[in-house]
Design a protein around this ligand. Structure first.
Ligand SMILES: C[S@@+](CC[C@H](N)C(=O)[O-])C[C@H]1O[C@@H](n2cnc3c(N)ncnc32)[C@H](O)[C@@H]1O
Length: 213
């Protein structure tokens, strides 16, 4: 029931998005400061040199940055660093919010590549990479989280949600990527009175969930 409702929403969003999209200019992100231009250049380089690994599309990267900036987030936690592409989008906001990204990754090679990218972009001081199994490491996180972003093993989304929810501050956000692939997660975030969820479908399917105060 929930799955079919979600599929219908997805189809409507896709159908509705096409005519709108064709009327929108697809302008690239424009850097304002030198620091912003530097991060955008690294993001562009990652794509052009095919150093992404299952990374979010640019539309979702822009959404992550916007939400982080608008929330004035000081503490962001990401599950699934990959090569640091989405992390750099968070950093575009964190450099002015004064915030920090803690990002969790299982694969050592991808974590190393991400570390290089954060250094190249001049944001390594804004990021802590935690290597190892995020199901375990997420339970060791301390302090309250303004924004949590789930983008790792799809089977693990519910476990991540349950472990992250107590850590996210009231009024904070839980974001999850490719949610079309995880109906159980969609059910969980749309059937709790404690949560309010919308779906941003311009990229890969991003659930944006508010933990109600
Ligand atoms: C979809 S990619 C993340 C993409 C990244 N967020 C981006 O947009 O650039 C998923 C990542 O999660 C990692 N991953 C999978 N299972 C994990 C686990 N149990 N703990 C930590 N990371 C995990 C994978 O190694 C992979 O790099």
């Amino acid at each position: 029931m929930v799955k079919s409702a979600f599929c219908m929403l997805l189809a409507l969003a896709v159908a509705g998005a096409q005519p709108l999209r064709s009327h929108l200019p697809s302008s690239p992100p424009l850097g304002k400061s030198d620091a912003e231009k530097k991060i955008l250049a690294v993001l562009d380089g990652i794509v052009k040199s095919h150093q992404t690994y299952l990374s979010v599309p640019i539309e979702d990267g822009r959404a992550l940055r916007l939400l982080t900036q608008a929330a004035g987030a000081r503490s962001v936690v990401e599950i699934g660093t990959s090569t640091g592409y989405s992390g750099l989008w968070f950093c575009l906001a964190l450099q002015s919010t004064g915030g920090h990204l803690t990002t969790l990754e299982l694969d050592h090679q991808r974590a190393s590549r991400a570390r290089e990218h954060f250094q190249q972009a001049g944001v390594d001081n804004l990021v802590t990479i935690v290597e190892g199994d995020a199901h375990e490491n997420v339970t060791k996180l301390q302090g309250s989280i303004d924004i949590a972003f789930i983008d790792a093993d799809k089977d693990g989304y519910l476990d991540y949600l349950h472990k992250l929810l107590p850590l996210v501050r009231p009024g904070g956000l839980i974001l999850a990527h490719n949610v079309g692939m995880v109906p159980d997660y969609v059910k969980a975030v749309t059937s709790s009175p404690d949560l309010e969820t919308i779906f941003y479908m311009q990229g890969g399917g991003l659930a944006v969930t508010l933990k109600k105060p």
